[in-house]
Ligand binder design. Sequence first.
Ligand code: FAD
Length: 349
Amino acid sequence: MNRALTLKVASIERETEDAVTIHLKQPLLRKIRYTAGQYLTLEVDVDDQGAKGCRAYSISSTPGLDKTLSITVKRVAGGKVSNRLVQQLAKGDAVQTLGAHGRFTFAPQPGNRRHLVLFAAGSGITPIFSILKSALHFEQDSHVSLIYGNRNSDSVIFRDKLEQLQRTFADRLHVVHVLSQPTSLSQQGGRLTQRRVTEIMRTLPTRDAGNTEFYACGPSGMMEEVTGALETLGVDPESVHMESFTPAKSTQPPQSSNQPKRVQLLMQGQEFSFAVPAGQTILEAALASGVQPPFSCRSGFCTACVCTKLAGDVEMREDHGLSSAELKMGHALMCIGYPMTDEVRLQVE
Ligand SMILES: Cc1cc2nc3c(=O)[nH]c(=O)nc-3n(C[C@H](O)[C@H](O)[C@H](O)COP(=O)(O)OP(=O)(O)OC[C@H]3O[C@@H](n4cnc5c(N)ncnc54)[C@H](O)[C@@H]3O)c2cc1C
């Protein structure tokens, strides 16, 4: 990971039984610039023999507001990296990151007046929390509604911080908790289904109706329900922004000849050559050939597997984590990239 930066853990804050916020010290000379909603790609030791795992974690701190760069991680049962981060990471430890990426972003426009409707479930609150704070602090005429699904009140990440923000911004922040296993009669039970989302949307204070933006982050099932509800309500799809933590459903590979293509990959001073059968991504073929490039999400978002095209052509589907500037520089993502010419030469920085 030559592009990697080393960050030291400044402190760790427990949010729920299975989630922590990790506050990272920024290096003085190479600070990471980020926008609310983006994520860090981290490389972490996953065992004591030096095996590494590379994963994306959304940034829960807010640029211009919070002193540390923070991520919030929820433990996934049996998960290699999340368990390491939640259970073993300690103050003073170092983590490596490839920097901030992602197009699920919110850039505040001071003076703008709009209504942000935010949907989150479980750890999907992480980028949403950064966006929420950014809107409340830097768009002083805008309103924010958060619809947040969890199992019960003990599993609500940022519960106390949200209560504090509700006190501070009482007239601009509206929070609806939806708990699938409520523990008291005063709590609203249920799940974020299409019907429930539609009902809640009808109860939200109507504000700046012509200038409403929607952001949603959570498991793919919840996102489908939210999308369905917004469609039913006639919301303009252009105003809806979505981020998923789990790989997108696989898409059809682009059309090319049925002949395998040959990829030469320059990585860490070595050259690897492998065949990519028709219909396989470059990453799939590399791993099948025993080549181990960095990768994480396998769905084109985290950019851990970015490489530069030195020769030949690679095609990717349109929604991915690279900017147009990065595309112009010849960058491509191996996890969603298909070779389109007989020979392709790539370099991993
Ligand atoms: C853009 C992006 C942003 C992300 N931001 C965050 C964040 O802010 N906080 C956070 O906690 N996680 C976040 N994730 C998820 C994170 O990157 C890891 O996928 C997650 O921590 C699991 O990694 P693991 O190594 O522990 O599990 P693995 O060892 O990779 O997987 C173990 C098992 O868990 C399943 N699994 C993997 N990921 C998930 C998941 N997210 N939910 C449920 N089951 C899963 C796998 O299918 C497998 O069965 C984000 C992912 C992406 C792509």
